[in-house]
Design a protein around this ligand. Structure first.
Ligand code: ADP
Length: 498
């Protein structure tokens, strides 16, 4: 670390009022050592609410990634040989330390990402839940004894860790995307090389610091950050890396999947979404408004399961629009570190410009803004929470994730029409609907082509529930009894000559 970057970090740690300044790490983590980029290059980490430089993180590349892969390879034999309950004990210790230091972890997360401290806490608690769940699930990795095909034989399956895993994670959940992937991998006996988003590496470094304090051996968790393309290519070209777990955009996911083909790696992908949120005429409208608000505006609209298209049935459209607009008008916007605002800034200028483009496109095509519609007076990358009435399928917001605080309201006539509209997308991550008729509830739940469907609920994430998408939203599942199997290989033992 240069003297200048050390000074930036020390002052940022002080400004963040951390109880434990040791959590404010600004270097990569390879083989149990804090590491600069071999090139010496760094990249600024910016607080999106203020534009301030929080730290300079290493801008690593292929050579650094290779060192991390070597460390993960060397750590693998003893980690996978450990009893599942012993790995579980270390994971639980890691979870306990996260809980103990949650206030500091929240401040670091909010500073680099922008969501409120309360939402940061929700994210970190969710990650802790996954670590706790998988710490136990590792002890339930059962094989089978299969009825034999030959009396002199016995057929048995073993499940064994896939080996070294590469993980590439996004900026919208800088902490839980890492814990959610690491927990099943480590519980299964895999070792990992993680590339967090270059926009939000500080939460990842803090998690590595706590993993070290928990006693997770060197080389089991490695973190490299910097040149995404160089790191990703080094990961995908490696014969040692047996699996990729990626969360991020569909474009990058497809690229990594293609790169993974050369060495036939296992691949788990959690890509974009374009979630429909459907309100039928028999719905409890007030509850639907409340849930749509939560689902649309959490993390300033920057989650892959955010309601992107809100469909409301004809006869309740105006009532819903009025109530929803009134609720959105009450939402507060601000710096997540101050006073628990509902909405923080959008992550960066690119994100803000996309939000603006979607609003303009909607207006050009007949959309009516009932509240918001422009950059917020706070400046930076803040955008007003926005509602667009009279949205249509010709608008960009029908096809693409807005990834910002904009709620388009589409009108529909009947069940068949809205199911066709909801499924008219290449994505299939999350969908939500509000209805009370039991027949309708079953019909619609079964017809939606999505990996997760919230029925009269926007709360679909839990450690024990499988998270993942259909179609171009990805493959594989995180969390639940299904999540650990993504990190396990099945081996048949056919034992003959009995
Ligand atoms: P978003 O548009 O939401 O930022 P990205 O897919 O660009 O989503 O980013 C998700 C993660 O993918 C980040 O860690 C980012 O650095 C990484 N990433 C971006 N481009 C590449 C690439 N060419 N190879 C590997 N990782 C990449």
């Amino acid at each position: 670390m240069t003297a200048q970057s050390a000074a930036v970090s020390a002052s940022a740690a002080t400004a963040l009022r951390l109880n434990d300044a040791g959590l404010f790490r600004t270097m990569g983590y390879i083989n149990g050592q804090w590491a600069s980029a071999k090139s010496g290059e760094t990249v600024d980490v910016i607080n999106p609410a203020t534009g301030e430089v929080l730290a300079q993180a290493p801008h690593m590349g292929a050579a650094d990634t290779q060192s991390a892969i070597d460390a993960a390879r060397d750590a693998l034999p003893s980690w996978r040989a450990m009893l599942a309950e012993d790995r579980g004990r270390l994971l639980r210790k890691w979870a306990e330390l996260q809980a103990q230091h949650i206030d500091d972890l929240c401040r670091i997360l909010t500073a680099e990402q922008g969501k409120s401290l309360a939402q940061a806490k929700g994210e970190i608690l969710s990650g802790i839940g996954h670590v706790e769940w998988m710490a136990e699930e590792g002890r339930r990795v059962y094989g089978d004894v299969i009825p034999t095909h030959n009396n002199s034989h016995r057929l048995i399956t073993l499940k064994q860790p896939v080996g070294v895993c590469a993980m590439v994670t996004p900026w919208n959940f800088p902490s839980s995307m890492i814990t959610r992937k690491c927990a099943p991998a480590l519980a299964a006996g895999c070792t990992v090389v993680i590339k967090p988003s270059e926009l939000t590496p500080l939460s990842a470094f803090a998690l590595a610091e706590l993993a070290e304090r928990a006693g997770i051996p060197k080389g089991v968790i490695n973190i490299v950050t910097g040149d995404a393309k160089a790191i990703g290519t080094a990961m995908m070209q490696s014969d040692v890396v047996r699996k990729l777990s990626f969360t991020g955009s569909t474009a990058v996911g497809k690229l990594l999947m293609k790169q993974a083909a050369d060495t036939v790696k296992k691949v788990s992908l959690e890509l974009g979404g374009n979630a429909p949120f459907i309100v039928f005429d028999d719905a409890d409208i007030d509850k639907a408004v409340e849930a749509a608000l939560l689902s649309k505006f959490r993390n300033a609209g920057q989650t892959c399961i955010c309601a992107n298209r809100i469909f409301v049935q004809d006869s309740v459209y105006d009532t819903f629009a009025d109530k929803f607009t009134a609720a959105v008008k009450k939402m507060t916007v601000g710096n997540g570190l101050e006073g628990n605002p509902d909405i923080g800034p959008v992550i960066d200028m690119k994100g803000l410009q996309k939000v603006e483009a979607h609003v303009k496109d909607a207006q050009d095509k007949g959309g009516v803004i009932t509240t918001g519609g422009q950059r917020h007076a706070l400046g930076q990358t803040f955008f007003e929470p926005t509602v667009v009435k009279n949205a249509t399928r010709e608008m960009q917001c029908f096809r693409e994730e807005t990834f910002g605080p904009v709620a388009p309201l589409f009108r529909f006539k009947d069940e068949a029409e809205v199911i066709a509209l909801a499924n008219d997308t290449e994505y299939g991550l999350a969908a939500y609907f509000y209805a009370r008729d039991m027949g309708r509830v079953w019909r619609v739940a079964e017809a939606l082509e999505y990996g997760m469907v919230g029925v009269n609920s926007a709360s679909i994430v839990a450690a024990q529930a499988p998270f993942g998408g259909w179609k171009q939203s990805g493959m594989g599942r995180e969390g639940s009894k299904y999540g650990i199997s993504d990190y396990l290989e099945v081996k048949l033992l056919a034992i003959g000559g009995l």
